[in-house]
Ligand binder design. Structure first.
Ligand code: URP
Ligand code: ZN
Ligand code: ZN
Length: 472
């Protein structure tokens, strides 16, 4: 057993002095002041640290095959980096190749993830449509603990699905009580702009943001919101990066539609000036989709999070080393898209959010953990500090600082997009399943200790949407 003593427990709702007792079955068994320590119990004296639910990153891509490469971070190294930054659960993406079985791909990802050191779960992507997809969605929701399906409106001739697939898949997911995730960018527009830029001789990474301007995201967000509205289905839009998409989500919510928006930590603090880097690799390392945006979009994203119109933060952790980015040296459309960040998300949010007064500590907990647990129907097991919840905790030092560097990070990638940034607020201890896995810069993980988290369908929000549909 483990007794965490002398901390201030911060949840999405409250902040109070309390001890936390974790048993050997990975659960929290008591929360309160001055708890007795059972005999033989390990004691962790926090010295006044904040005790918060472990971070949940709802958007990662460990060892993902993508654009002719495979992401360098695997489930072992990626979850190590996660716990070093206070993240104790990830929701990664199973991505079947178009035409392939969703169920087989899920099995494949399950075996890849067995080496994870902390808990993990999966969204499953729908990359084409046929009867087998319809059937597999049923099997995945009923037998495999999957309650969310992903759709890419971009990546033409690869992962992209058209409106017909969106309609069929969102409708099928609703029937099953599952939530659809959407990468909202107009893939036809991107392909057209890419071809045009290349024809005009613009082959470098500077062309990447020009091929995916904000309106490309705004249009797709509006379109998928309209499609989901027709069906009466809730949707979750991943990596919202623009004022336009934020406004589309806020407008839909004001009409009573259940639309959720996720923000990446990197989009909150890094802008499109990175593409002006004269060093090809420096710019290529920032090639991700949606791209980094002009600074004024950041204001809308922060406001969206603070107002609750956007609910979660993620990383879209998708690592490609220099040699992999190099494959697009002569053609920016071939640079594998993706940036790292799982280790730094919580610190970036604390430093740039809480310490600037944009967020309260409770809002920090909500957007780094609790809201994700609620939306993906694993609350209060995850995202809470309460009796019966999983003993996944971060002991947060709100005053300590560190300077981010690829030389010292735990991510299996040769750069860090926050290189040189000094951040105040860090994970001093991380507890996963009742075990200390990170203690004052020391990783104490066990390969394979992470468990697969099954997520049931028919979350309360989904039930309400279905009830509304049947009564309207
Ligand atoms: O650039 C990105 N985001 N790479 C990962 C795939 C995706 O679109 O989420
Ligand atoms: Zn995406
Ligand atoms: Zn992604």
């Amino acid at each position: 057993m483990l007794l965490i003593r002398g901390g201030t427990v911060v949840t999405a709702e409250t902040s109070q002095r309390a001890d936390v007792l974790c048993d050997d079955a990975r659960r929290i068994v008591a929360v309160g002041p001055d708890l007795e320590s059972p005999s033989g119990c390990d004691i962790l004296d926090t010295g006044g640290l904040l005790v918060m639910p472990g971070g949940i990153d709802p958007h990662t891509h460990m060892e993902m095959p993508f654009m002719g490469s495979v992401a360098s971070e695997d489930f072992y190294t990626g979850t190590c980096a996660g716990v070093a930054g206070g993240t104790t659960t990830i929701i990664d993406f199973v991505i079947p190749e178009p035409g392939h079985s969703l169920l087989d791909a899920w099995k494949d990802w399950r075996s890849k993830a067995e080496k994870a050191v902390s808990d993990y779960s999966f969204h499953v992507a729908v990359t084409h449509w046929d009867e087998k997809v319809h059937e597999d969605m049923g099997t995945l929701t009923r037998e495999c603990g999957v309650n969310s399906f992903k759709h890419f409106m971009a990546y033409k001739n690869a992962l992209m699905v058209d409106d017909d697939v969106l309609l069929r898949s969102i409708s099928r997911a609703l029937e099953l009580g599952a939530l659809c995730n959407i990468h909202a960018e107009n893939g036809d527009a991107v392909a057209y702009l890419q071809a045009d830029l290349l024809k005009r001789g613009m082959t470098g990474p500077q062309a990447h943001p020009l091929s995916r301007p904000p309106s490309v995201e705004g249009e797709a967000a509006q379109r998928v919101i309209a499609i989901a509205g027709l069906l009466g289905a809730p949707i979750y839009i991943v990596h919202v990066s623009t004022e336009e998409a934020t406004a589309a989500i806020a407008a839909a919510r004001a009409r009573g539609q259940r639309v959720y928006g996720e923000v990446l930590a990197q989009h909150l603090v890094i802008d499109d000036s990175v593409y002006a880097d004269p060093d090809w690799l420096g710019a290529a390392q920032h090639v991700m989709s949606p791209p980094f945006r002009p600074k004024h979009h950041q204001k809308a994203l922060w406001a969206g999070l603070a107002s609750g119109q956007l609910q979660t933060t993620a990383t879209d952790h998708c690592c490609f080393c220099a040699g992999q980015k190099e494959q697009g040296r002569n053609d920016f459309t071939k640079i594998p898209n993706g940036t790292p960040g799982i280790e730094d998300r919580m610190s970036v949010l604390w430093h740039h959010g809480v310490l600037t007064g944009k967020l309260t500590p409770q809002e920090f907990v909500a957007i780094t953990s609790t809201n994700t647990a609620k939306i993906f129907n694993i609350h209060p097991r995850k995202g809470s500090v309460s009796v019966g919840a999983d003993a996944d905790l971060v002991l947060w030092d709100p005053q300590a600082s560190r300077t981010v560097s690829a030389k010292t990070h735990h991510q299996n990638v040769d750069y860090n997009i926050y290189e040189g940034m000094t951040l105040t607020g860090l994970a001093r201890y991380t507890i996963s399943g009742g075990k200390v896995v990170w203690a004052d810069n020391d990783l104490r993980v066990t390969r394979g200790a992470g468990q697969y988290v099954e997520r049931p369908c028919f979350s309360p929000d989904m039930q309400a949407a279905i009830h509304r549909k049947t009564t309207s």
